[in-house]
Structure formats: C-alpha cells, structure tokens
Design a protein around this ligand. Structure first.
Ligand code: C2E
Ligand code: MG
Ligand code: MG
Ligand code: MG
Length: 291
C-alpha cells in the first residue's frame, strides 16, 4: 500500500503528494483522486442525468419521472451516485452540481414541451447539504424564472433522514417551496426514524416507500405489514404513495391490492437517457390522444 502510494506520489510529481504519501494509505489516496476528478466533472461535461419514469399503478401509464445523476469517470467509467454523491456533499460540490441539475431538468422539460410531448412532472433529489442552504429556494426560483418552467412540473425529493434533521428548518423550507407551487416528496420513507407528529405538519404531497421494504414484500409478512401501514398512514394524511424498487409483477400486484398509487422500478423501466424517456412519453401522449 505504502509502495503504491509512493509510486503514485512520484508519478504525480508533486512535492506535497510525496510528503503526504508516507502517511496516506492507498484508500485515502484513491479518495483524494476521486475528489479531484469530481471537482472537474462539471466543466468536463462528465455529468449527465438519467430519468426513471413513475407509473400510475392502476392504468400503468407514466405519471412522472425522477432525475438521477450519472458520472462517467474518465478512467474508471460509470461510478454509482451512492459512492460519489456523499463525496460531493462532504466537499460542498453538491451545491453547484445541484444547481446544474435544476437547470438541466428545466431545459429538458422545455425541450420535451417543444417536441409536443405529454407534460409530466420531473422529480429532483435534494441532498441534506443543499436543503440547509438558506438561499436554496432563491436559487431554484431564479432558474425557474429564467427558463419559464411551470413549478407544477417540478418535484423535489428529500430523504426522510434529511427532513428529520431539523424539523423547524424543514417545515419552513418546505412551506416556501409549497407556496411557489412545487411538489414535494419524502424519499426512502421508513428508514429515517420519522416522528409521526412532525410528518403531519410537513406540507408535502407524497411519501416514497423505501425499496428495502418492497424487495421482500411477497415473501416477508413483516415487510408486507410495514408497506400496508405506510400506505394507510399516507392516505389518511392525504399524501399519495409511491413504491420504489418494484422489480416483479408479483410485487406490483401486491402493491396494487394495497392501494399504492404509483410505482417505480425496473419492472417497467430503469433510469434511461432523456431521448429514451422522450420515446416512452411519446407513447403516453399517443395513448392520451386516443382516449
Ligand atoms: P433514490 O433517490 O432513492 O433513487 C432510487 C435509486 O434506486 C436509484 O439509484 C435507482 O436507479 C434505483 N432503482 C430504481 N428502481 C430500482 C429497482 O427496481 N431495483 C433496484 N435495485 N434499484 C432501483 P441510483 O440512481 O444509483 O441513485 C442512488 C441514490 O443516489 C439515490 O437514491 C439518491 O439518494 C442519490 N442520488 C442520485 N441522483 C441524485 C441527485 O441528482 N442528487 C442527489 N442529491 N442525490 C442523488
Ligand atoms: Mg429519489
Ligand atoms: Mg429512494
Ligand atoms: Mg435512496
């Protein structure tokens, strides 16, 4: 490890690297390299968005999509957001990248509208770090004003964990978003130690059931009971329910029986490039026109 680090240090030819290589292990060095690459990822056009459609459970029609960040590292290829998003959060990069995501989604919505496609809302994931920025809403509103996108077509997903970090801040921020007409969802619901009394006061539209409960829904009576309770809870608070990670027809049938409104998962579609989502939306537009 030390040898590898030293080799790297020499190859990079930087004095400070040579010094630090003695104490850094290979893992830390790799992390540092990843960080450095990430800092250039935006400028070098290495970031893209994939879009995963959401489907109405009953009609099986597309009723929305979620934008998911993709990074192609110049040497290592595709790296999972589960690996690089936390790094972006730690080094503050998620702020400019998050802004780029909002701009990109707004541009995409306009492009789909200009192509005459059915307008479906697109969801953007907000990290806890973004959510803590006092000027988040102003930055979003600026982009929305510049691009002329209808706020009704934008949805923001915040994880249950992030939402529960600071209840007062979450309630205030969500209220600002709601007042502007944006849709709001709690993501990964069921994994973040929610306090139900707070859930009641959040101005949100949707709960997304975490995929860990959906995975064994059909074999595990406990997971089935949890999902059933979440659907009941959501409906009694007037929220719609989305199930994430639906991979099989059996899961879909089970969720449909529980009254889950919307499903998202590999069964119907993986996250796809924007051109492919346009094709899926085109089918939706045709189906709507035929009704
Ligand atoms: P998430 O927001 O809960 O997104 C759902 C993840 O589940 C996505 O992984 C999606 O590709 C995956 N997924 C969807 N359907 C299925 C399925 O049927 N089976 C399985 N096994 N997986 C499925 P992805 O794209 O790798 O993203 C992982 C996480 O990274 C996201 O979880 C989110 O927390 C974060 N992330 C992704 N894009 C962004 C972004 O633009 N901004 C921020 N802040 N975080 C993001
Ligand atoms: Mg999400
Ligand atoms: Mg999720
Ligand atoms: Mg997640």
């Amino acid at each position: 490890n030390a040898d590898a680090a030293m080799y790297h240090a020499k190859a990079s030819g930087k004095d400070n690297y040579q010094f630090y290589s003695k104490i850094l292990n290979a893992e830390a060095l790799e992390r540092l390299e990843l960080e450095n690459c990430l800092r250039h990822a935006l400028d070098r056009n290495e970031l893209e968005l994939a879009y995963q459609p959401k489907y109405e459970t009953q009609s099986e029609r597309i009723c929305g999509a979620e934008a998911l960040l993709r990074w192609t590292h110049p040497q290592r290829g595709r790296i999972s957001p589960a690996e690089f998003v936390p790094i972006c959060e730690e080094i503050g990069l998620i702020i400019p990248i998050g802004e780029w995501i909002v701009r990109e989604v707004c541009g995409q919505l306009n492009a789909w509208r200009d192509a005459g496609l059915a307008a479906v809302p697109v969801a953007i994931n907000l990290s806890a770090v973004q959510f803590r920025q006092p000027d988040l809403i102003d930055r979003v509103l600026k982009i929305v004003a510049e691009t002329g996108v209808d706020p009704e077509l934008l949805e923001f997903e915040i994880t249950e964990g992030a939402a529960m970090e600071n209840i007062a801040l979450t309630t205030a921020t969500l209220s600002h978003f709601q007042a502007q007409g944006f849709h709001l969802s709690i993501d990964d619901f069921g994994t973040g130690h929610s306090s139900l009394s707070y859930l009641k006061q959040f101005p949100i539209n949707t709960l997304k059931v975490d995929q860990s409960f959906v995975r064994h829904l059909c074999e595990s009576p406990k997971d089935a009971a949890i999902v059933k309770s979440i659907v009941t809870l959501a409906h009694s608070l007037d929220f719609t329910v989305v199930a994430e990670g639906v991979e099989t027809r059996a899961q879909l049938d089970h969720l449909s029986g529980l009254g889950c409104d919307v499903i998202q998962g590999y069964l119907f579609s993986r996250p796809v490039p924007p051109q492919e989502l346009a094709e899926l939306l085109d089918e939706t537009s045709l189906a709507r026109a035929a009704v």
